[in-house]
Ligand binder design. Structure first.
Ligand code: PA5
Length: 458
């Protein structure tokens, strides 16, 4: 189960920094309209809302599971090369649903599943270090890029491919390569067509990078590390159904829809000058989601123009923070600094284990409690102290961390972005700023066809 607690944004709790119930209710008719617009957009295959249907169609899932049977015993490690939406979801799934020190476990402890490294930067020092940890003879390389041309991803792929060929030869190298890319164009698609990879997976045209975690982008590495991807998708589907995606809604459905309420609360506070959205999981396992959400929220909602072409330079700034660690680093600012934030807690009701703090030689108040109790007490205190200081905060509560709840969380936040896009009246599914950065890089490195960007840079 997963639910949204938002009483700490209300006027009753945080006074003049809160929202009155009536103010929320005023959006009920907008909710009905926006929900219907989203439904129409989802049904239009030309628009970028293909992610919304992924849990219903289990896209390429059987193909992934077939590959899993073939490679599980042949390889020891999976190396993912990708960046942004082609990496952050993989990391979030891995950190939330696998052991924190997964790669240090023995093959037996991993039930034969593969170790996973996600390499999402081009820092030469990190690459040098990575190479000390992987044996290319036993490594599968999954290169992921929707565009198929992203400079960071291709450059590391060329380096790794070159090393692989030196180790195993050109013919065998192919057996180590999985390419996940867009359906038609791009350099990686050409490589697929030329037979460079043993396995290839498609990112549907209408699924954008940061919305692609439930496509083969995120599912391949999840499956190869033993995550039950069918359950993950089922969780997402349950959330879609709970939010009545594809169905008509009434005004009364608004408050029951966690994705819309999340979007609306963030939108209202943005209008009031609270431009920062801090996501603070009280769980190490969910910290990867704060990172994934940071991209999803920032790239989707940070826009120069609205849907009418007006310059609006709009967009909340997502920030990540970790409980309890950042209580000793950020909380002072959140409680006493500028009241310009909304804090989103990611909370877990049941951990996978309970650890008791044992008796010590001296008497101490901590002894006899559990780490779980301490963790929960600190979370409660943080929420209480922020609320007391009139700092609006909401909690997304997961009963436990499982494939189902993680699937629900992903879908809820993706859908929230779609609703928020409508509230802000912007296109949440493009990323012109990112594309321009890519084009400048291509121009600087002499790629043909990008000369005009070089002129702009000069
Ligand atoms: O959400 C997006 O579209 C971007 O952040 C991309 O994920 C990122 O730029 C990587 O792009 P690609 O997968 O095409 O290499």
């Amino acid at each position: 189960m997963i639910y949204l607690k938002y009483s700490n944004v209300l006027f009753e709790k945080v006074k003049e920094h809160g929202i009155k119930q009536q103010e929320i209710q005023n959006y009920e008719n907008d909710f009905v309209k926006i929900h219907s617009v989203i439904n129409q957009k989802i049904n239009n295959e030309q628009l970028m809302l293909g992610w919304a249907k992924l849990p219903f169609i289990n896209f390429e899932v059987d193909k992934i599971l077939k590959m899993l049977l073939e490679v599980k015993n042949k390889f020891d490690t999976l190396l993912v090369l990708g960046i942004g939406g082609s990496a952050l979801g993989n990391i979030a799934l891995q950190t939330s649903l696998r052991d924190k020190f997964w790669n240090s476990l023995t093959k037996k402890q991993r039930n034969g599943y593969l170790k996973l490294y996600v390499f999402d930067n081009i820092d030469p020092d990190s690459l040098k270090s990575l190479l000390k940890h992987i044996d290319l003879k036993k490594t599968l390389i999954n290169v992921i890029s929707k565009a198929g041309d992203t400079a960071e991803t291709l450059s590391t792929f060329f380096i790794l491919y070159n090393l692989l060929v030196k180790k195993v030869g050109k013919t065998k190298a192919k057996k180590h390569i999985i390419i996940t890319t867009g359906p038609k164009t791009g350099f990686l698609r050409e490589l697929v067509n030329k037979g460079y990879s043993q396995y290839d997976f498609t990112i549907p045209e209408n699924v954008g990078g940061r919305f692609s975690v439930l496509s083969p982008v995120g599912l391949v590495s999840a499956a190869l590390t033993g995550i039950n991807i069918k359950k993950l998708l089922l969780g997402a589907k349950n959330m879609a159904e709970y939010c009545l995606v594809g169905k008509n809604v009434t005004p009364q459905d608004m408050k029951k829809n966690p994705a819309f309420m999340f979007a609306l609360i963030n939108y209202i506070f943005y209008q009031r000058g609270k431009h920062i959205c801090v996501m603070m999981p009280y769980s190490d396992k969910l910290y990867g989601f704060a990172d994934w959400f940071r991209q999803l929220w920032a790239e989707s909602l940070g826009k120069e123009k609205d849907n009418n072409g007006n310059i609006v330079n709009v967009g909340p700034t997502p920030v990540k923070s970790l409980g309890v660690t950042d209580q000793h680093s950020q909380l002072q600012l959140y409680r006493e600094g500028p009241n310009d934030k909304i804090i989103v807690f990611l909370s877990v009701e049941r951990f996978t284990c309970e650890i008791k703090i044992p008796k010590f030689l001296e008497q101490h108040y901590l002894c006899g409690h559990t780490l779980n109790e301490l963790f929960k007490a600190e979370e409660k205190s943080t929420i209480a102290s922020l609320t007391h200081a009139k700092r609006p905060n909401i909690s997304i509560v997961l009963s436990q961390i499982s494939e189902e709840t993680v699937g629900k969380l992903i879908y809820m936040l993706e859908l929230a972005v779609a609703y928020a896009g409508e509230l802000f009246n912007i296109d949440a599914f493009n990323q012109p700023g990112v594309v321009l950065g890519k084009n400048y890089t291509y121009a600087l490195l002499g790629r043909k066809g990008y000369e005009k960007y070089l002129e702009e840079l000069k």
